[in-house]
Design a protein around this ligand. Sequence first.
Ligand code: NAD
Ligand code: IPM
Ligand code: MN
Length: 356
Amino acid sequence: MKIALLAGDGIGPEIVAQAERVLLYFKQEGLKIELEPGLLGGCAVDATGKPFPEATRKLSVEADAILLGAVGGIQYDNLPREKRPEQGLLAIRKTLGLFANLRPIVLYPELVNASTLKPEIVTGLDILIVRELTGDIYFGKPRGIEYRDGQKVGFNTMIYSESEIRRIAHVAFQAARRRSGRLCSVDKMNVLECTQLWRDVVTETAQSYPDVTLSHMLVDNAAMQLVRNPKQFDVIVTGNMFGDILSDEASMLTGSIGMLPSASLDDRNRGLYEPIHGSAPDIAGKNIANPLATILSAAMMLRYSFNEETAASRIESAVQKTLKQGYRTEDIYETGLRRTGTVEMGDMVLANLQSQ
Ligand code: NAD
Ligand code: IPM
Ligand code: MN
């Protein structure tokens, strides 16, 4: 099994290094994996002039799975759009057809006080956000900035086809079926035609899943309900942009965005795995970034791409034990616990894996 490692920019290399150590631990235990590094994002622009160079495209297409850190940085903010690091990320998702982005929002009980919400609101929280990842206003055309009537206008197109909505709806219904049987679809159908179609197609797809209870919610209300009473949700399915925003919001319910992993899958469960956060330029190079979201993304990879459920659960248990022992990076630190750096967090997860 070949795994492409695309560390990216900012804290990317620091957090991917810790997840790599975890994967190498399983290799040494006999798991047949090969890790191969590649360039994506700003580091690829620096080396080749392109955010998603041909060599990376080839590596990604050939790999069985991809582990990604994060891309982006202020030094790239003035580049033309097609050269921005983020374009590399969007291109790899589109090229590989990774339309289903699974973002589990799980609160480890040890972090209940790291959440900004009251313990009774978040205790036991376990939501799955299913975000469509290769459509919507992110990719719609026409798009641009141009002169109209003597001034500049900026425009983008929110667009979804029936088939794009249907395939992500199936993923979400199937996930809901494996969990509590409740699915909430989030849209803005009171204003946007595109999301009226979204609601219509999701409703139609529900006919194939009589065992799943479907509800609908407008996105502004959903953003509010996520902090009012997040435990009302089980699986949420939504479009690319709403899913991006709601999942960052939901991350704080679990203590930190540094805790949340994700899987981006195609129609055959081939996947790219990455934390939901970005390259965090404000803390890059200081050994303070939380590597757990990336380590947990490696666990998702073992589960979804390689069917290694035992290894995946072992990683999750090792992470939980590390938290139980009181090790905390800055973002989840609480008085009295052990302030821990990025590398030391990796050390502890590895030690806890070894002692299982
Ligand atoms: P961000 O997620 O990088 O950071 C937001 C805040 O969360 C910052 O204060 C950061 O320090 C903190 N944070 C993020 N990850 C953390 C971690 N693992 N441990 C501790 N703290 C963490 O979002 P941003 O600041 O809006 O974006 C920075 C850059 O990242 C931009 O260039 C953006 O385009 C890019 N970005 C990339 C991805 C990706 O590669 N998947 C995702 C989001 C943003
Ligand atoms: C994410 C990021 C990306 C997105 C950006 C960097 C293109 O925010 O993975 O959540 O918006 O999808
Ligand atoms: Mn995002």
